[in-house]
Ligand binder design. Structure first.
Ligand SMILES: Cc1ncc(COP(=O)(O)O)c(C=O)c1O
Length: 490
């Protein structure tokens, strides 16, 4: 990360107020105090300032009275390995100085490593099983790992049938196709979701009908669904967004009364439960994704789960080119090749072996973030509605407008601190490809818009270290703290 060192410098006559302003503008939590010749004489971090203010100093206190003069500096040009080995939990910044002691640059962990939003955890038997595929030559979709993965997955979800697919989007399309959904049918889908949900409906030729979401769970709003049902409604696609399961009681009742199918988009909800049952078991079909950022991954991959044998068998035929299971090369349907390879499934099996551990780690991350953020009035956490267990696939919260810091300012601050923060999806109805009158029919989407404009996702991968988590928390806290002090003092 390139920086302008001037935005970190203060002279010895500066006050704590000046220091706060410098720290606010550089967003690195540190400033350097230099004498008239530019020689480094002290360092001040946001923590030092906080402690100084607590010890009855004021913002008018000169920095030289509280700055840290006992710092470790290294000569400019010190090899990176040496610098990295000198950085630790206590020493987070190392000034780099020239021969005259003049500050030229500084090193910090956030400048050498960026904390991504997600990354896969492949520390189990993944390499072993993939190697097995390669060594035995079973690399296409015919190998035994595919069946093993399907079996493990079905058992985990508590259903009799699972069908592995090439990705989550093909899984969703196959789910709709296996229920015979096509042109002339309508499928109700939330306005706030990843576009694959609506795309899968469009592939079938059916008409997607967009509805708003609930303001607290951010999942499909039941009252909006009620008003969107017509004679043509064939299915509802609830999306268990970020791992929060929809109100499946209300939806299953509504679907039964109106003779409508439910296809659950569980791409983000493996390990999420509603009334102690896994997401995906409430509708006719549940569709999962194993993209690289998902709770478990196979690189690209997907899975369908079914309670009903007939639907499963129809999906299975359609997945394999529509070819008869008893008469080779005889095609009863125009099918697809949506199969998963044995290589993908090998990774899937290894991931499923660790599913409980992975989910526990995810929940721990959410617990730590929740604890740190719950007292901020400006933040609305996602949480869990009653009867749900959130897998917290991607930790996401709303930065309420009007509390000093906007979502986008927060992302900027995180980025300056070497942390990836991600904005929410756009409302589907705002994108020209989906902004069709027949999809919208005068409905409005205030909650979808609100979540889209203000939600922020934070690093949530299972190998996130405690230290990385504290950096994320500190960055969010600092965004509020600096803003609050500025508002009070100016
Ligand atoms: C809600 C939702 N539905 C569907 C998908 C599609 O899954 P895939 O990327 O595996 O095609 C994703 C994620 O990518 C998703 O987040």
């Amino acid at each position: 990360m390139n920086i302008n060192i001037q935005s970190f410098l203060l002279n010895e006559e500066a006050t704590l107020f000046d220091a706060l302003k410098v720290i606010d503008s550089n967003a690195q939590g540190i400033c350097f105090i230099v004498d008239e010749q530019g020689k480094l004489t002290g360092i001040l971090t946001d923590g030092d300032i906080r402690r100084a203010l607590l010890k009855s100093n004021t913002v008018d206190t000169p920095v030289k009275l509280v700055m840290n003069m006992n710092f470790n500096a290294l000569p400019l040009g010190t090899p990176a390995e040496l610098i990295n080995s000198a950085l630790n939990d206590k020493i987070r910044h190392i000034p780099l100085i020239d021969e005259a002691g003049k500050l030229i640059d500084f090193a910090s962990r956030s400048r050498t490593r960026r904390i991504p939003i997600m990354q896969p955890s492949l520390s189990g038997n993944e390499v072993k099983y993939v190697t097995d595929c390669v060594q035995t030559g079973w690399i296409s979709s015919q190998g035994s790992y595919v069946k093993q993965f399907e079996k493990m997955f079905a058992e985990y979800c508590g259903v009799p049938y699972a069908l592995a697919c090439s990705n989550g989007t093909t899984a969703l399309h196959l789910a709709l196709a296996s229920l015979g959904i096509g042109p002339g049918d309508e499928v109700i889908v939330p306005d706030y979701t990843f576009a694959a949900s609506i795309n899968a409906i469009l592939y079938t030729g059916a008409t997607p009908v967009l509805v708003d979401i609930d303001r607290t769970s951010w999942t499909i709003d039941i009252d909006s669904v009620k008003t969107a049902i017509t004679d043509k409604t064939k299915a509802i696609m609830p999306v268990h967004i970020y791992g929060h399961v929809c109100d499946m009681d209300a939806l299953t009742k509504l679907a039964a009364i109106n003779n409508i199918q439910i296809v659950e988009d569980c791409a983000e909800s493996l390990g999420s439960f509603y009334r102690k049952q896994a997401s995906g078991v409430f509708g006719a079909v549940g569709a999962f994704s194993f993209f690289g950022n998902k709770t478990i991954t196979t690189g690209e991959g997907g899975m369908l789960i079914f309670k009903d044998k007939e639907t499963y068998e129809r999906a299975s035929v359609l997945r394999d080119h529509g070819m008869s299971k008893t008469k080779r090369y005889w095609h009863d349907h125009v099918g697809y090749n949506y199969r998963m390879t044995n290589l993908q499934a090998a990774i899937g099996v290894a991931q499923m072996e660790r599913i409980e551990e992975i989910l526990q780690l995810k929940r721990n991350i959410a617990k730590t973030y929740n604890k740190a953020f719950s007292h901020f009035e400006g933040l609305q956490l996602h949480g869990e509605k009653s009867e749900t267990i959130n897998s917290y696939w991607l930790y996401t919260m709303i930065v309420n407008p009007g509390f000093g810091v906007t979502r986008n300012e927060m992302i900027e601050r995180l980025s300056k601190n070497g942390i990836e923060g991600r904005p929410a999806f756009y409302p589907l109805h705002e994108m020209p490809v989906y902004a069709k009158e027949e999809f919208i029919r005068g409905r409005e989407f205030p909650n979808s818009k609100y979540v889209s404009e203000n939600a922020l996702s934070l690093p949530s991968y299972v190998d996130l270290t405690d230290e990385e988590m504290s950096s994320v928390i500190k960055s969010v806290e600092m965004a509020f703290a600096v803003k609050a002090i500025n508002i009070e003092l100016t």
